[in-house]
Design a protein around this ligand. Structure first.
Ligand SMILES: [Cu+2]
Length: 238
C-alpha cells in the first residue's frame, strides 16, 4: 500500500462504519417487520350495557387477533365481540377460565388441547373460515377481577402467537411475541444479506484498488506528475 489520499481513506472508513451499523440494525429491523404485521387498535367500546369489541383475525395472513387486548371490562357485564376473518383459515376465540394465568408458548402444537382438557374454557366459539365472514361472540364477563388469556385452539396457531388478554376491571398488556420460527429465520436471513453486502463492498473496494494501479491518473492521486514517455525519434523524411 503506497499511501491513500486522505479523503479516499476517510470515505473507506465511513463506508465500513456504515456497513457495520447496517449489519447490527438489519436483523432486528427484519425481525420487527416479521412480528408487527398486526397492530392492536382501540376498537374496544364500553357502554352501560357492557363492552363491544370489533376484532379481526388473519390480517395479512397473520395468526393473530387484532386487537389482542380487551381492557377494563366490567365484571359480570355483557361482552360482545364481532370477529371478522380477513383470511381463509378456521380459528377459534377461546377464553381461558383461569384468572391471572398465562399459558406459555411451547413447541407442542397441541398444547392448548392438553391445557383445555385440564381447564375447560370459560368461553369458546369457532370463527367462520369464510373470508370476510363475521362471527359474533357474546358472553358474560367473569366475576373475578384480573387478566384472562384468550387464544386460538387450531393446532399450531397459539404457538404462532394467536392469543391475547381480556382484563376484567384492569388494563392488560399485549402478549409477548411468539418465539415461533420468525426470529431465527429473520436473524439468519439478515446475516446472509449482511454477508452479501460485505462481499459486494469488498469486491468494489478491491476492484477499485486493483484498477487504480492501471487507470487512476497519478496527478489525481496527488502524486508528482511523471514525465511523459519519450516520444519516438522522428523518422527521417517526415
Ligand atoms: Cu387460529
Amino acid at each position: 500500500m503506497t499511501g491513500w489520499p486522505r479523503g479516499l481513506r476517510r470515505r473507506r472508513v465511513l463506508g465500513a462504519v456504515a456497513v457495520s451499523a447496517l449489519l447490527l440494525v438489519l436483523p432486528s429491523a427484519l425481525s420487527t417487520l416479521g412480528t408487527s404485521s398486526v397492530s392492536s387498535r382501540a376498537l374496544v367500546i364500553h357502554t352501560d350495557s357492557g363492552t363491544s369489541v370489533s376484532m379481526s383475525v388473519g390480517a395479512n395472513g397473520a395468526l393473530a387477533f387484532a386487537p389482542d387486548t380487551i381492557s377494563n371490562v366490567v365484571a359480570g357485564s355483557t361482552v360482545t365481540i364481532s370477529i371478522t376473518n380477513l383470511g381463509t383459515l378456521p380459528h377459534t376465540f377461546t377464553l381461558s377460565s383461569l384468572v391471572n394465568y398465562t399459558l406459555p408458548y411451547a413447541n407442542n402444537v397441541n398444547l392448548t388441547d392438553t391445557f383445555l382438557i385440564q381447564h375447560p374454557p370459560y368461553y369458546s366459539i369457532n370463527i367462520s373460515a369464510t373470508q370476510g365472514g363475521v362471527t359474533v361472540a357474546t358472553f358474560t364477563a367473569p366475576s373475578a377481577i384480573g387478566s384472562y388469556q384468550f387464544f386460538c385452539q387450531i393446532p399450531g396457531h397459539f404457538a404462532s402467537g394467536m392469543e391475547g388478554f381480556l382484563g376484567v376491571g384492569i388494563s392488560v398488556s399485549p402478549p409477548a411475541p411468539a418465539p415461533g420460527i420468525g426470529l431465527p429465520v429473520f436473524i439468519i436471513s439478515g446475516t446472509i444479506i449482511g454477508l452479501v453486502i460485505i462481499a459486494i463492498v469488498l469486491g468494489f473496494v478491491v476492484g477499485k484498488r486493483e484498477g487504480s494501479k492501471y487507470e487512476m491518473p497519478p496527478e489525481r492521486l496527488g502524486y508528482p506528475e511523471t514525465p511523459p514517455p519519450a516520444e519516438p525519434p522522428l523518422k527521417p523524411g517526415t
